[in-house]
Design a protein around this ligand. Structure first.
Ligand SMILES: Nc1ncnc2c1ncn2[C@@H]1O[C@H](COP(=O)(O)OP(=O)(O)OP(=O)(O)O)[C@@H](O)[C@H]1O
Length: 626
């Protein structure tokens, strides 16, 4: 997907405009309503044809619906004043009504069909775009927003925009054109005064209904969206941590937390109820008032106010003659019938005035998410990558997480020769994983540089970097598919031999042999059908399979027994494609390393081989003695 305009989602910052490396910035929250609406409309371009059809179908459908009321009203008037023969008139009226009903039904079908196809197509695109936008924002976005919130954005917020595309564009157009057409018909058939009365009535309905409580409805909608998001985050945490919740006997406590958030959502929703009630009442009130005003005009207004029907047309001796004083009856009935004929078009204003604030609140939240500056961004002109040897250098690196002022790494200088095996050790919290994250450019350093083969990582395209440097995360994520699908995630074209070699190196072969379905074994969500050790061995095999020039392993053997761990470490050098950086708190695994780097409170305090460091009797020896 291109990095330029991305449908409904505003363009994300690029490297040039990213500002400070990891200071997430948001501007979506402050976007004005017209700006958000305009952006949504711009995003509708790919489905313009379908949306146009939906609008036209709705306009014709509403006109047919109006005809269902206007034809009998007009003809009833004509019948009453005697200007038409009852027999043919009834036949024509019935035929016209059947035709209008058929057109109305067909148009309604077309409107709904095309409107919804357009909306779902656009929502599908937006989900893909959202995903594309979120990738470069990770991990800043999960750190600051939480996965539940992102999930809610990708599903609920995007779904809510369906209201805008399927239920707003066509109704708005119809809500403008139907009243104008109705007033024009009244002006032609009944004259300017009835048209003016109708215009005022419709104007009150069209303007007052959505305006009543608009600010309150908007604030309440935003609150509902925010509170629902918190609820989604809590529920997602509960689902993920259900085992802990059960074993800690915390079901009641957690149910109470979720219940409290549910109540908060309900309270926020109640905020809109009063506004909705008033709007519904006003929708009915303007119709009643306009009808009364038209009747009053006919009864007490100037003579000839409904003066189009010609009394000389009325045959002598007919019922019409008796009703000569009511010569204007057809025009009066037709104008009165215009009120309920126009009402459905305005009724939808009330409906979308109700749902639109929620859709716009969702659009704002999506905007807010996607305008967060990425923690790392692709360079404007990436350095071309040739054959990577795998030399790593950290030069005077200092880094602090955005949420913590104390640096997690300070003044780190480190040289890792290509093809070497380096172990990074240190007490918990000393900055080992942070070092791994900087090597894979999850974050950029605040000061100093991280280089691969002498090239600053920030000059490499992220895709190139991710291809050359493979990372084994401390808490690797397994997908719900088969073992094979998980293994080939980073190398879809791996041969059977390559798969077997990676599995053997990671110590997974015995496990696979014991499984009746072998590589085809399904894992369940987050690999829950594997033991902790098996899941770790599988994730390690997946990382080894890539044979990338640099392999960063963060606690890759922490769940293994001593024997299994020893075997894995022995095979590691041969199985990896080049440089290996092994982050570990088990010092025995560092024994085979060419170089051991000891971290203490974010600083490199010692480097050397196992034997040298033990002999030196410094920080490493103290760690070993613990
Ligand atoms: N995402 C984060 N946001 C804020 N602070 C963080 C984050 N991740 C780590 N830290 C902090 O940075 C410091 C270094 O953490 P790091 O995970 O690098 O240590 P570590 O040596 O890998 O620890 P362990 O052996 O326990 O995994 C710690 O003080 C930690 O609390």
């Amino acid at each position: 997907m291109s990095a330029g305009h991305l449908g409904n989602l505003p363009a994300a910052a690029t490297a040039d405009g990213a500002g400070p490396a990891h200071a997430p910035e948001r501007d979506g929250e402050h976007a004005s309503t017209p700006a958000v609406v305009l952006e949504l409309l711009r995003g509708a371009r790919p489905a313009a044809g379908l949306l146009g059809t939906s609008v036209i179908a709705r306009m014709i459908g509403h006109a047919a619906g109006a005809a269902l009321l206007l034809v009998p009203a007009w003809n009833l008037g004509r019948l009453a004043v005697g200007v038409a023969e009852p027999g043919p008139l009834v036949a024509v009226t019935v035929a016209l009504m059947v035709g209008a009903a058929f057109v109305k039904a067909l148009c309604r079908y077309l409107e709904q069909l095309t409107g919804h196809i357009a909306a779902f197509r656009l929502l599908g695109r937006m989900r893909t775009e959202l995903f594309d936008r979120l990738v470069p924002l990770a991990p800043a976005i999960t750190d600051t927003h939480g996965t539940g919130r992102l999930m809610s954005a990708a599903t609920r917020d995007i779904d809510r925009l369906e209201v805008f595309y399927a239920h707003t564009i066509a109704p708005v157009v119809t809500a403008v054109w139907m009243p104008l057409a109705g007033v024009a018909v009244a002006a032609v058939v009944a004259g300017p005064l009835p048209a003016l009365v109708l215009l005022v009535g419709v104007g009150v309905g069209a303007i007052a209904v959505p305006v009543v409580g608009a600010g309150r409805a908007r604030r309440a909608a935003r609150e509902v969206v925010d509170r629902r998001t918190v609820l989604a985050q809590e529920v997602s945490d509960d689902l993920r941590g259900h085992t802990e919740i059960l074993s800690f006997d915390a079901v009641e406590h957690r149910a109470g937390v979720v219940d409290a958030h549910g109540r908060a959502v309900a309270a926020a929703m109640r905020g809109t109820a009063g506004v909705l009630g008033r709007r519904a009442a006003m929708t009915l009130a303007w119709q009643a008032m306009t009808t009364i005003a038209l009747l009053a005009l006919a009864a007490f207004g100037p003579e000839g106010a409904f003066g189009v029907a010609d009394a000389t047309d009325i045959p002598a001796g007919s019922l019409g003659a008796a009703a000569a004083g009511w010569a204007a009856l057809p025009a009066l009935l037709l104008t009165i019938a215009l009120v309920p004929a126009i009402a459905p078009a305005l009724g939808s204003v009330e409906a979308f005035a109700r749902s639109l604030p929620a859709a716009l609140a969702s659009a704002r939240r999506l905007r807010e998410l996607t305008t967060t500056s990425p923690a790392v961004a692709d360079p404007a002109r990436p350095h071309a990558v040739g054959r990577v040897r795998g030399t790593l250098d950290l030069e005077n690196v200092t880094f602090a997480y955005p949420s913590r002022p104390d640096p997690a790494l300070r003044d780190v200088d480190l040289h890792v020769p290509a093809g070497s095996f380096v172990a990074v050790v240190g007490a918990t919290g000393s900055g080992k994983s942070t070092l791994a994250r900087l090597l894979t450019r999850v974050w950029d350093p605040d000061v100093g540089a991280v280089r691969l083969d002498g090239v600053d990582l920030s000059d490499l395209a992220l895709a190139d970097l991710w291809r050359e440097v493979t990372v084994f995360e401390q808490r690797p994520v397994l997908l719900a598919g088969t073992i094979r699908e998980n293994l080939v995630l980073g190398r879809p074209d791996a041969s059977a031999e390559q798969l077997a070699a990676a599995c053997a190196a990671a110590g997974l072969t015995t496990d696979l042999d014991a499984m009746p379905d072998g590589l085809a074994t399904r894992l369940g969500e987050h690999g829950q059908r594997l033991s902790g050790g098996q899941a770790q061995r599988l994730a390690l095999a997946r990382a080894l399979l890539r044979r990338s020039p640099v392999l960063v392993l963060d606690e890759a053997t922490s769940h293994q027994d001593a024997l299994t761990q020893e075997g894995i470490i022995d095979r590691l050098r041969g199985a990896a494609g080049g440089t290996v950086v092994l982050i570990t708190h088990r010092l025995a695994t560092a024994r085979a390393a060419d170089l051991i780097v000891v971290l203490e409170e974010g600083r490199v305090v010692e480097t050397g081989t196992y034997v040298d460091l033990i002999r030196a009797g410094g920080a490493f020896a103290r760690l070993a003695a613990q």
